[in-house]
Every structure is written in structure tokens, then in C-alpha cells.
Design a binder for this molecule. Structure first.
Ligand code: PLP
Ligand code: COI
Length: 357
């Protein structure tokens, strides 16, 4: 598809942009442009545009405002040491976006169009990709735009990509995370939308995340809906457990957790480094027992926004426990070094994960 490109008439000045890029935070500042694409039952995908980032005009009866038919992705563009701009496994985001669309009864955006849209934005806003440790966080999303209050899949959608330069997700930088285990709220149940990246999952998680914050914690840990026993994932990250024999455990993809692209990449990297990784259920009481006996040497969270972050303390209504050597976390460090190295071009990309824009 050919996108109509209308550059911003008065983009942010070079000086102001460079100042912002020194310390962009996370999700606070946005680039100059956006990409939009429309879908309707009669026309399919059409009207691809790259324009100045601006508010979208939607009808108050717009279906997404009532029934939350919305999905999104989270990915990053990185500037390598040689100044190239690359995406990391964007086809996996396209595939997950398609699976999320299927689950939410929305139209499928073909992989090539998804990647093209993302690349159009990265190209026009390339000066917004930070160098050094920062990156450009890309947020492709799609919502039901039809003005109709009947409860059925909408017949019109808007797909949009926006971007923001970002630094570390956690304010504490590399400080080990403190987690709050939610015993009152679950994120997703079997048969629900847990494996889809839809806004509704995050809306439902906010009260638990707020509870985590009230307890001085960085993130919430969700347990399974049926037994309230098995570790699922964090509000916005997947989890890994490293045993003192070097083996690694991560909760399996049973449909209630998000199939993280960082998760799958970490599994592949760890296996290539000779580590044993099992995707197996791991219970909260096991986590506590293994941490206290020393059988568990590390635990870490991973995701596009968080990268890889080691976990230092777990707080729950039945008491807290610590991972005393969390600041060392050699396995998490090694995996992060490999992952970030591939993304930034300092480690050979032998698997073809990186795509130059
Ligand atoms: N789990 C949840 C709930 C998330 O929001 C994310 C972030 O996207 C992840 C896991 C990690 O997924 P990915 O590695 O694809 O960013
Ligand atoms: C991501 O890592 O891309 C997410 O969407 C998670 C969110 C916490 C920002």
C-alpha cells in the first residue's frame, strides 16, 4: 500500500528534541508524526496516511468507548553503535497483533502492512530514536471506530502507530524489583483474553497495580484464576526463575498469559548458551520455599519496556521474602547482555532477529 505522507508543518525544534532525548522518561513525550490506516467491511484496509500527530476525532457512540474492542502492540526501534536504526523481530509483533485481533473479533492486518506502517513512522521520525541506552518505543494499536451501540463486532476500525523516545521503564534503573502478589485480583481466566494484548486486560490490572504501588512495590504478580496458586506474570512483563543448578523455569503459555517476544527470545538465547529451560507451572509457595532454602538463585522479569530486570523482594498478604543476591543475578545479566547486544548490534545476529529500517 502507498501511504500518503504529509510531514508536520512545525515539528519540535532540533534543540527541544535533543533536550528531551537526554532524559525522555517512559511514555510521556511523543514524536512529531503518526501513521493511520482505516478498515471497513466494504473497503477493507484503506486510507494509509503519515501525518502530524494530532487528536483523533471520534463519535461519542464509537464502539471502542463502550465495548473496549481495542488491541495494541509494544515494540522498540534501536540505534546501533554504527548509527543504523533497527527493529527487533517485528514479524512477531505482527503475528501477535493478528492473534489479538482474532480473539477480539477484529480484522486481521497483514504482516507486511503492519511492518510497513511501523517503518513509515520510524523513517519520518528517525531523529527521535535516541542513541546510547534509550530507544524509540512504538505503539501500534487498533480500535473499533464505528458509531453503533449494538453489541457485535464493529464494521469500521482505525489502526494507528505512535512513538515515544524512552529511557528505562523503572525509575530505580537496575535496582532489583520489589513485587506485590495480588491475592484479591486475577488478570485472566482460562478462555478469557489473557493471551491477547488488548486494552481491557490492562484496565482490569490497574487496581492490582495500584495496590502494588501502595505497598511500595514496582509491579504486581498475578496468580492463576482457578487455584490462586500458580505464578502467571506481572502486570506488564513475563517471569523467569533461575535455580542454583543453572536450570531455568518460566510459566507455560496456557492462554492466560501474554506470549512475550522477550520471553521467547530469552528462552532461545538461554538454550543456545547451554542452559536448560522448562516452561512449567511454578507455585507461589514453591517460590517462597526455593528462595528461603537457597535453591532459587535468581528471578527476573522481562518485556519490551522493562528489558530484563532482576527481582529482589516479593511481598504478599501472607508475608514477604527476599532474594538476597538479586543485585548480582549473573544469569539475568548474561541474558540481558546477549539480548541487548543483538538489539544494539554488538552481538552477532545469527538468527536474523534484527531488521534494518
Ligand atoms: N506480559 C504482559 C502483560 C505485557 O504487557 C508484556 C509487554 O508487552 C509482556 C508480558 C512482555 O511481552 P514482550 O516481551 O513481547 O514485550
Ligand atoms: C511493553 O513492554 O511493551 C508493554 O506493553 C508493557 C507496558 C508495561 C508498557
Amino acid at each position: 500500500m502507498t501511504f500518503t505522507i504529509t510531514p508536520h508543518a512545525s515539528p519540535v525544534s532540533t534543540q527541544a528534541r535533543e533536550k528531551t532525548l537526554e532524559d525522555p522518561g517512559f511514555g510521556r513525550v511523543f514524536t512529531d508524526h503518526m501513521v493511520t490506516l482505516r478498515w471497513s467491511t466494504d473497503r477493507g484496509w484503506h486510507d494509509g496516511k503519515v501525518t502530524a500527530r494530532a487528536p483523533l476525532a471520534i463519535d461519542p457512540a464509537c464502539a471502542v468507548l463502550h465495548y473496549a474492542q481495542e488491541i495494541f502492540e509494544g515494540m522498540k526501534a534501536y540505534r546501533t553503535a554504527t548509527g543504523e536504526i533497527v527493529l527487533f523481530r517485528p514479524e512477531m509483533n505482527a503475528t501477535r497483533f493478528a492473534r489479538s485481533a482474532e480473539r477480539l473479533a477484529m480484522p486481521i492486518l497483514p504482516e507486511s502492512l503492519f511492518i510497513q506502517a511501523v517503518e513509515e513512522l520510524v523513517r519520518i521520525d528517525k531523529h527521535w530514536v535516541p542513541s546510547g541506552a534509550g530507544s524509540l518505543y512504538l505503539r501500534p494499536f487498533m480500535f473499533a471506530s464505528e458509531a453503533f451501540l449494538g453489541v457485535r463486532p464493529a464494521q469500521e476500525y482505525i489502526f494507528c502507530v505512535i512513538a515515544c523516545p524512552v529511557g528505562p521503564y523503572f525509575k530505580g534503573g537496575d535496582k532489583p524489583l520489589k513485587l506485590w502478589v495480588s491475592d484479591q485480583y486475577t488478570r485472566a481466566a482460562p478462555g478469557g483474553t489473557g493471551a491477547a494484548k488488548c486494552g481491557g486486560n490492562y484496565a482490569a490490572s490497574l487496581i492490582a497495580q495500584a495496590e502494588a504501588t501502595e505497598h511500595g512495590c514496582d509491579q504486581v504478580v498475578f496468580l492463576d484464576a482457578a487455584e490462586h496458586r500458580w505464578i502467571e506474570e506481572l502486570g506488564g512483563m513475563n517471569l523467569f526463575f533461575v535455580m542454583n543448578d543453572g536450570s531455568i523455569v518460566t510459566p507455560p503459555l496456557t492462554g492466560t498469559i501474554l506470549p512475550g517476544i522477550t520471553r521467547t527470545s530469552v528462552i532461545e538465547i538461554a538454550r543456545e548458551l547451554g542452559m536448560t529451560v522448562s516452561e512449567a507451572p511454578y507455585a507461589l509457595e514453591q517460590w517462597r520455599a526455593d528462595a528461603q532454602s537457597g535453591k532459587l538463585s535468581e528471578a527476573f522479569a522481562c518485556g519490551t519496556a522493562a528489558v530484563i530486570a532482576s527481582i529482589g523482594e516479593i511481598v504478599s498478604s501472607s508475608g514477604s521474602f527476599r532474594l538476597n543476591k538479586a543485585h548480582e543475578s549473573p544469569v539475568a545479566k548474561k541474558l540481558k547482555e546477549q539480548l541487548v547486544g543483538i538489539q544494539r548490534g554488538s552481538v552477532a545476529d545469527s538468527r536474523g532477529w534484527v531488521r534494518k529500517v
